[in-house]
Design a binder for this molecule. Structure first.
Ligand code: SAH
Length: 254
């Protein structure tokens, strides 16, 4: 189970934090580290020293250009956030996360990503909206932001507790394979194209429509089969949309 939990660090600027995160992971038995557009060199004297014997995790980390690449094969993506955002998203505690993990990972192909943001600015709203849920580590509200590696430590510890618990009780998994992040993103892109084509969605006046549809869909945790049905509906809808020679008349009044 621990092999299928990925720690994703976005835009990290201090090599020491990458080393510190690797140490926290190795202490708790996690091994899958992915960096997204790091703003520093990952392997430095500082990161090796902070890794304190876990530098093989730093050396083995994948380096990705985008969050999408880093989590494409994951069935659950959870973003760690120190602050609440304007559009509330399903919010879980580190303990809730631990409780969910055995179920989430019961299917051998399932993978979970825990996504952490930049030291100075955290995760962007766009990045957070790519997550099924957000996890907030309860802290002093007047001083809520943990050091990046410390935040990794807290969540990695909950992963370990969940794994230890699970050694005794075999968990039952979901019956059907859940959709991966990449499949969900293809669906959202298709949905947006079709909604624009039928005049329901105007990208010039988005009114959070796509974000709200994302939140709704991600809350439902669709299975691959269910997503295929939705995409089938979109494809049949596309066939009913008359071909247009020009852009004229694309925007209908609602
Ligand atoms: N100054 C940033 C916080 C950066 S801390 C901000 O205001 O958003 C770096 C990362 O550590 C955060 O992006 C988040 O992923 C994680 N983190 C720090 N404190 C956290 C907390 N209390 N709960 C959950 N994640 C936290």
């Amino acid at each position: 189970m621990l092999d299928r939990i990925r720690i994703v660090l976005i835009g990290t600027s201090h090599p020491g934090n990458i080393g510190g995160a690797a140490r926290a992971m190795h202490n708790m038995g996690l091994s899958d580290l992915a960096l997204v557009a790091p703003r520093c060199t990952a392997v430095t004297a500082d990161s090796v020293s902070r890794a304190s014997g876990a530098d093989h995790l730093v050396n083995g980390a994948t380096v990705n250009e985008t969050l999408e690449q880093a989590v494409a094969d994951c069935t659950l993506v959870v973003g760690a956030s120190a602050r609440s955002r304007t559009l509330p998203w399903p919010m879980i505690t580190p303990r809730d996360l631990g409780v969910r993990l055995p179920m989430e990972l019961a299917d051998r192909e399932a993978r979970v990503a825990l996504v952490f943001g930049r030291e100075d600015s955290g995760l962007t709203n766009t990045e957070l909206q790519r997550c099924h849920a957000h996890v907030h580590i309860p802290t002093n509200p007047d001083f809520s932001s943990l050091n990046l590696a410390a935040a990794v430590q807290v969540l990695a510890y909950e992963c370990r507790l969940a794994w230890l618990d699970q050694q005794e009780i075999p968990a039952e998994g979901p019956n059907q394979a859940l959709a991966t992040h990449a499949e969900l993103e293809h669906y959202f892109a298709h949905l947006e194209r079709t909604l624009v084509a039928i005049g329901f969605h105007d990208p010039a006046m988005p009114r959070q429509l796509m974000a709200r549809l994302r939140r709704f869909t991600l809350r439902a945790r669709p299975e691959r089969m269910e997503l295929n049905i939705l995409r089938g509906i979109l494809s049949d809808t596309d066939k009913l949309i008359p071909e247009r020679d020009s852009d004229e008349g694309q925007h209908h009044e609602r």
